[in-house]
Design a protein around this ligand. Structure first.
Ligand code: 1QQ
Length: 374
């Protein structure tokens, strides 16, 4: 590890150790750059989420580094949508003195990679993981993403009030930690709200042909289909449902919060209902500025994953400045104290379980866009 402890900021080889500054908040000044590592799915099945996250992080990085006092060195590494690759990225970040790790993109990956950081005492901020139990892995694990449990019950309630759901078919992939967790939340929310489950149909995260399952679903004559799936399954599932004449609403979990759904499923995506952690229609000053800056930099609007990533960097900066330190234990400690921070996701706090609390929104796809369901 020779050379890894220099905090000169000149060679990109800075380390969290010794990164203590003076002042606090806006007046905090830290010599040397604060190294932040991000493990994102830039390739593999979750790449459409990861690419969006990278854009959100890099936009925030530019904004933060334009401010005085604290500079960040962000290294984005590809987790390949694969737990083993993520473990190796985490090991690299742990070994090279990174102050905090952002990511990985999928809960399924996070459950396996996070213990590497937890055991080494490196704080992790998840920006898209929604499965139950992510932050329960240890006191160094935080997230800014709302969980399925925070979003699905109100999504099903809103859909039910709007559409009068009495009976549904549930479909989910049973070999991914996020989709399984989402399924459990859906099952209990449906039960709580007295909605009958006519059938529960399982598939694999790698499946792309849902015609026989959808035919079985259609025969049950449901008022809606409730689906826990990642985007690579969601697109063909929704497309094939409409081809088979299933015109009822399809209610999805967080995996559906992806513009690729409308781009690739086209007309079939209409009337998909999905709860989200980000309201693109919010006219708060933070969201308005974020959306404008994103559009200017990338020539297209952000999605929820970009907004959560951007917010993640804002939270990191807030935490670093609060203790005016890039040392791992200082960052960990300040993350426990994030309260009512104004962000594009709304006013965000980190609760005692290290999970985020902020408003959610229920959306429906209309004319190829997520619009608020009310
Ligand atoms: C998870 C998710 C995915 C949809 C994130 C991209 O919510 O894996 O937890």
């Amino acid at each position: 590890l020779a050379g890894c402890s220099a905090n000169d900021g000149g060679d990109g080889g800075t380390s969290a150790e010794g990164l203590k500054g003076t002042g606090s908040g806006d007046s905090c000044v830290i010599e040397g750059t604060v190294p932040v590592g991000a493990a994102l799915s830039l390739t593999g099945g979750a790449a459409s989420y990861g690419e969006s996250q990278q854009k959100g992080l890099e936009l925030a990085l530019a904004d933060l580094n334009a401010k005085d006092g604290v500079k960040y060195d962000l290294k984005v590494e590809d987790d390949g949508s694969d737990p083993r690759q993520a473990i190796s990225v985490f090991e690299t970040f742990v070994g090279n003195g990174t102050s905090l790790i952002i990511g990985p993109t999928l809960s399924n990956t996070a459950f396996q990679a996070q213990p590497v950081a937890q055991e080494a005492g490196v704080p992790v901020l998840a920006i898209s993981n929604t499965a139950t139990g992510i932050t329960a892995q240890g006191d160094f694990i935080f997230r800014d993403s709302l969980t399925e449990a925070q979003v699905i019950p109100q999504t099903i309630q809103a859909a039910s009030e709007k559409l009068g759901l009495k009976k549904v078919v549930v479909m989910y992939s049973n070999d991914d930690a996020f989709t399984e967790s989402g399924f459990e939340v859906m099952e209990s929310a449906l039960k709580d709200q007295g909605i009958e489950v006519l059938d529960t149909l399982k598939f694999s995260v790698k499946d792309t042909d849902f015609r026989s399952l959808l035919t079985a679903a259609k025969e049950k004559n449901p008022d809606a289909i409730v689906v826990s799936a990642l985007i690579e399954a969601a697109i063909p599932l929704v497309t094939q449902a409409r081809e088979l004449g299933i015109n009822e609403p399809i209610i999805g979990g967080n995996g559906f919060n992806n513009p690729a759904l409308m781009k690739d499923a086209g007309q079939a995506a209409e009337d998909v209902i999905v709860g989200a952690a980000w309201n693109s229609a919010s006219d708060s000053p933070e969201n308005t500025a974020f959306m404008k800056a994103f559009e200017e930099k990338y020539g297209a609007g952000p999605d929820q994953f970009a907004a959560q990533a951007y917010t993640g960097m804002l939270i990191v900066d807030h935490a670093v400045r609060a203790n005016c330190s890039g040392e791992r234990t200082d960052v960990q400690q300040s993350l426990t104290e994030v309260k009512d921070l104004a962000t594009p996701l709304g006013s965000i706090s980190i609760n005692k379980d290290r999970d985020a609390e902020h408003p959610a929104v229920v959306q429906i796809v209309k004319d190829g866009k997520f619009t608020v369901l009310n």
